[in-house]
Design a protein around this ligand. Structure first.
Ligand SMILES: [Zn+2]
Length: 330
């Protein structure tokens, strides 16, 4: 295994950068690009088959024209067991050889703010960077990234309500640039504290998520309100549903239809469904890592109801009705 795989595995072991199968790395050599496979975990980069080779010219040809999600999916389809990540366009469009896309909690804590561009401008001054407003992963995000590269060769992309892309010519330079960006974006918020609270027995089907970085939200009214008011980034919606349920009393969970994947009980802790996958639990942790870094006074740019519906694969009208039902119940 080479430097690229070691770097990828190192990223995968950092929950503040990579959660579950999220995040991806790539390296270009001549006409081919090796990129993380869809569904593979960067943490397994040294121990399991985690990367696939794609024909760079073929994918770049597609991305140069007019394309949609179906065209993109078809281009990434493979006879082999592993398919390239759906985020392959972020990598193929960059003129640099080594690329890492991570769901950095520090970057997301800026990327969800209404004043993201200004605040990031202060932190990233002197770097060649660009801000890309939220676009749904897939064809819309690929087109937004293509537009950014039409105006320059940014090495750092901040994806609004999503994460960070860092690009360099070599893996060692990439590792250094990622650390530089993470240092610059480091939070100036005081570390959160989760109080030790007496927890009632969990409702049927749930268990208390103990020692999760999200637990402090049960004791932080301001940030809990931010998390409960809307959805901040796409993987949260995909794995845990929109926003997060905040409750005063754990027993009210049993009346909720559908039952939420997780809920934060004020003054007590965090309840997670017993059937949550490892990936979903990593996303629950991620919410805590992001909120801990977020200035509670910041004005938030939430994903819209239409964004949430698209991520859930729901048709917009069905989703609007579901939101109405939710609002009526609250
Ligand atoms: Zn992503």
């Amino acid at each position: 295994m080479g430097e690229f795989e070691r770097f990828s595995a190192d990223l995968g072991r950092r929950p503040d950068l990579v959660q579950g199968a999220g995040g991806n790395t790539s390296i270009k050599t001549g006409a081919t690009m090796r990129i993380k496979a869809s569904g593979a975990w960067l943490a397994d980069a040294l121990t399991k088959p985690s990367f696939v080779e794609v024909d760079l010219q073929k994918i770049q040809g597609l991305l140069a024209g007019d394309f949609d999600d179906a065209g993109l999916t078809a281009a990434l389809a493979s006879e082999a067991a592993l398919r390239p990540s759906i985020e392959t366009p972020l990598h193929a469009l960059s003129p640099f050889a080594a690329i890492a896309h991570v769901h950095s909690a520090s970057a997301i804590a800026f990327a969800v703010r209404q004043d993201a561009r200004e605040r990031l401008g202060e932190r990233l001054a002197g770097l060649d960077w660009a801000f890309i407003p939220y676009a749904r992963p897939g064809a819309p995000l690929a087109k937004a990234v293509r537009a950014a590269f039409a105006h320059g060769r940014p090495k750092v992309l901040i994806l609004g309500n999503h994460g960070l892309v860092v690009a360099e010519n070599t893996v060692s330079a990439l590792r250094a640039l990622l650390e530089e960006v993470e240092t610059r974006l480091a939070s100036d918020q005081a570390p959160p504290v989760a109080a030790r609270a007496q927890k009632p027995p969990p409702p049927a089907g749930y268990r208390w998520a103990l020692n999760s970085p999200v637990e402090f939200l049960a004791f932080d009214e301001e940030r809990l309100e931010i998390a409960a008011n809307g959805s901040l980034y796409p993987d949260h919606v995909v794995f845990l549903g929109p926003a997060i349920t905040a409750l005063r009393d754990a027993s009210s969970l049993s009346t909720m239809i559908p039952p939420p994947k997780a809920a934060i009980v004020k003054g007590a802790g965090v309840l997670a469904r017993e059937d949550l996958t490892r990936g979903a639990l990593a996303m629950l942790d991620c919410l805590g890592l992001v909120l801990a870094r977020l200035d509670p006074a910041a004005r938030i740019n939430y994903l819209s109801a239409a964004d949430e519906a698209e991520l859930l694969g729901w048709d917009a009208e069905t989703y609007r009705q579901a939101l109405d039902r939710r609002a009526a119940r609250d």
